[in-house]
Design a protein around this ligand. Structure first.
Ligand SMILES: [Fe+2]
Length: 219
């Protein structure tokens, strides 16, 4: 049972940003809504206080808001991105940080939004932060973002099987993902799946052919 104060009450500036995002790309808005639900579950598993939970939820909700500056033809492109398109995509966390920084009610989220696509091992973007140099809310948002991307169909690939996605979370803990956040996500998402008795280590054919698309963090 969790106190109602843990449910984010969205301020007008946040709702406004979300409306702009949804008008630009409804798929991204729906993805962000799913990432929030996962991130809040991870936050609760890590026993964050209400303030920490709210920060995590807002960062997860707005982590992709900078994609309003990414043309739809890039977001929807079915094939690999070229170098120029990648540069535009990699700019989106910075643009998102600028958008939230412009509004006093959301300015405190700017650093975490900017860091929401950084990897634990330093190979993320835009600043190459690593480890505990990445805000906790960003680390939680990142692993939930990646997991939702893995189990969802995208224009450039099909969804990954849930068991394979859980294996990926475990395999990439300490590489792409914060180990603490990754293990917490496995704990909150994994048990219902594993109760079905499916083999945990079954390799997905998808992983063999399309892992590079995921590891390139197009989510
Ligand atoms: Fe995302």
């Amino acid at each position: 049972m969790h106190a109602p104060t843990q449910v984010p009450v969205l301020s007008f500036p946040v709702r406004n940003l979300l409306e702009v995002e949804a008008q630009h790309d409804r798929m991204t808005a729906l993805h962000s809504a799913r990432v929030v639900r996962l991130a809040r579950r991870v936050g609760r598993a890590l026993a964050l206080d209400p303030s920490g939970l709210r920060q995590v939820a807002l960062v997860a909700l707005l982590h992709d808001v900078g994609k309003v500056d990414v043309p739809r033809e890039i977001l929807d492109k079915p094939g690999p991105l070229d170098a120029q398109e990648w540069r535009i995509v990699r700019d989106h966390p910075g643009h998102g940080a600028e958008l939230v920084a412009e509004r006093p009610e959301t300015a405190h989220l700017a650093a975490s939004i900017r860091a929401s696509h950084e990897r634990w091992d330093g190979d993320g973007y835009p600043d190459g932060l690593s480890g505990y140099g990445i805000p906790l809310a960003s680390r939680i948002s990142f692993v939930c973002d990646a997991f939702d991307a893995m189990v969802s169909d995208r224009p450039y690939r099909s969804a990954m099987a849930l068991g394979a996605a859980l294996d990926e979370l475990e395999r990439e803990a300490g590489r792409q993902f914060c180990p603490t956040a990754s293990r917490a996500l496995v704990e909150v998402v994994g048990p219902p799946w594993r109760m079905l008795g499916r083999p945990r280590r079954r390799r997905s054919p998808w992983r063999t052919c399309a892992a590079p698309a995921f590891s390139a963090q197009r989510h």
